[in-house]
Design a binder for this molecule. Structure first.
Ligand code: NAD
Ligand code: DAU
Length: 378
């Protein structure tokens, strides 16, 4: 069957990688990218595929139910990969309502519009899928029981030989109870519940995946890795929240996009899969790797940018440790990260240094004002 796939949030960071993968890999599908183009949406992320015949873009707000009804019907959508969201924790602390509107009400509007359209067809839900992209942050925070790190119990072909650590003995599983702390994660948790409710109540074929921190090209420079690369290049302070001891599990964004492709096609309907990098880093250790890599690639002497490290007030409610156990996806569908972290971070730093124009275009104007205000008021 010809697939008409709606990808929401396709002009954002992860969405642009998913759109690119699907447009290039599946010329027989129609890929419709739906995005409101908020501050985080940028069509420059998709320059290389925008003129492909199987790609189209629609500017719309997922919280506009009538628009969702119209677009889903007009494009005869058979599959939805839903990434559109407000995604930055710090912004959610300042403005939780925007997060509830987009992440909760927006997801609900999309679910309802898909339900009405699919139920109106003779074959109803046959061959349809609503795939919701979520985050590991819904599970809350894990203890940091081993602050110096212990050997990670997980291995993949991409496991790093130099850094293969876990900072505790507990991990997020698909069965871990939801316990979100930030307005962002509370809104994502709520949207996950609505997606599952549409399956359980109306029989809609749905799927949810919860992924750890992504990094790579095209990430908006309010997030740790691109922000720090850009600040090092511009000799600006590197604001480390608290003591820099929080732990995150990092995954190269193209590996997330590959997982989404696999799960969209082979995942079990109504199921949940955790996607993680098997790659825990304490923020301060990761920051030192970024500094070292940027300095080396810019030809600076080793240690040149260490002085930019600036400890600042901690993020309110800052989750201590995230660590995903994604062995279910590894065992059931054979997915693993393909890149060692050292390769991934090298590729990422090089990309940002080589694409300064992309960075300058989004760090000028409104964003520059937001950033200055955010950090002056910490
Ligand atoms: P992003 O902020 O880079 O992109 C979000 C996109 O959604 C932007 O293009 C924006 O314009 C669009 N958007 C926002 N509000 C919209 C609305 N009301 N209607 C239509 N479009 C709207 O986000 P990202 O980092 O690419 O994250 C994408 C998804 O993946 C989110 O659902 C996020 O919760 C989830 N996720 C992200 C990570 C991560 O590390 N970045 C990890 C796990 C899960
Ligand atoms: O875990 C998945 C989540 O990862 C996604 O759901 C979110 O959309 C995504 O933004 C990301 O959330 P984090 O809050 O973990 O990412 P961020 O890049 O904002 O921060 C990473 C860590 O670095 C976190 O512990 C906070 C810290 N940090 C961040 C910034 C921006 C700093 O110390 N200084 C900073 O300036």
């Amino acid at each position: 069957m010809k697939k008409n796939i709606l990808i929401t949030g396709g002009a954002g960071f992860i969405g642009s990688h998913v759109v690119r993968l699907f447009v290039n890999k599946y010329p027989e599908y129609n890929i419709v990218n739906l995005d409101k183009l908020t501050y985080a949406g940028n069509l420059a992320n998709l320059k290389d595929i925008e003129s492909k015949p199987n790609y189209s873009f629609v500017k719309a707000d997922i919280a506009d139910l009538d628009e969702m009804r119209r677009i889903i019907k007009e494009h005869k959508i058979t599959g939805i990969i839903h990434l559109a969201a407000e995604s930055h924790v710090d912004r959610s602390i300042k403005d939780p309502f925007t997060f509830a509107r987009t992440n909760v009400m927006g997801t609900l509007a999309l679910l309802q519009a898909a339900k009405e359209y699919w139920e109106s067809l003779p074959e109803k839900y046959d061959g349809k899928l609503f795939y919701h992209i979520s985050t590991d942050e819904v599970y809350g925070a894990l203890e940091l029981t081993n602050p110096e790190g212990i050997e990670s119990p997980f291995t993949t072909t991409a496991s790093s030989s130099e850094h293969h650590l876990a900072f505790g003995t507990e991990f997020f599983l698909e069965t871990t109870k939801y316990n979100p702390h930030s307005p962002y994660s509370a809104s994502k948790a709520s949207s996950d519940h609505f997606v599952r409710a549409y399956h359980d109540t109306y029989g809609m074929p749905t799927l949810v995946t919860n992924c750890s921190n992504n990094y790579g090209p095209y990430q908006f420079p309010e997030k740790l890795i691109p922000l720090f690369i850009n600040n090092i290049r511009n000799r600006k302070p590197l604001p480390v929240y608290g003591k820099g001891e929080n732990v995150r599990d990092w995954l190269f964004v193209e590996d997330h996009a590959r997982a989404i492709d696999l799960i969209f096609h082979k995942g079990k309907v109504a199921d949940t899969y955790n996607i993680g990098g098997f790659n825990e880093w304490k923020n301060i250790d990761l920051i030192k790797v970024i500094i070292k890599t940027v300095d080396r690639l810019l030809g600076n002497p080793e240690g040149y940018s260490d002085e930019l490290i600036t400890y600042v007030t901690d993020r309110a409610g800052h989750d201590l440790r995230y660590a995903i156990d994604s062995r279910k996806l590894q065992k059931e569908l054979g997915w693993e990260p393909s890149l060692q972290f050292e390769e991934g971070i090298e590729k990422t730093v090089r990309w940002y240094l080589d694409n300064q124009e992309w960075m300058d275009n989004i760090t000028s104007g409104d964003y520059e004002r937001y950033y200055t205000d955010m950090y002056q008021n910490r």
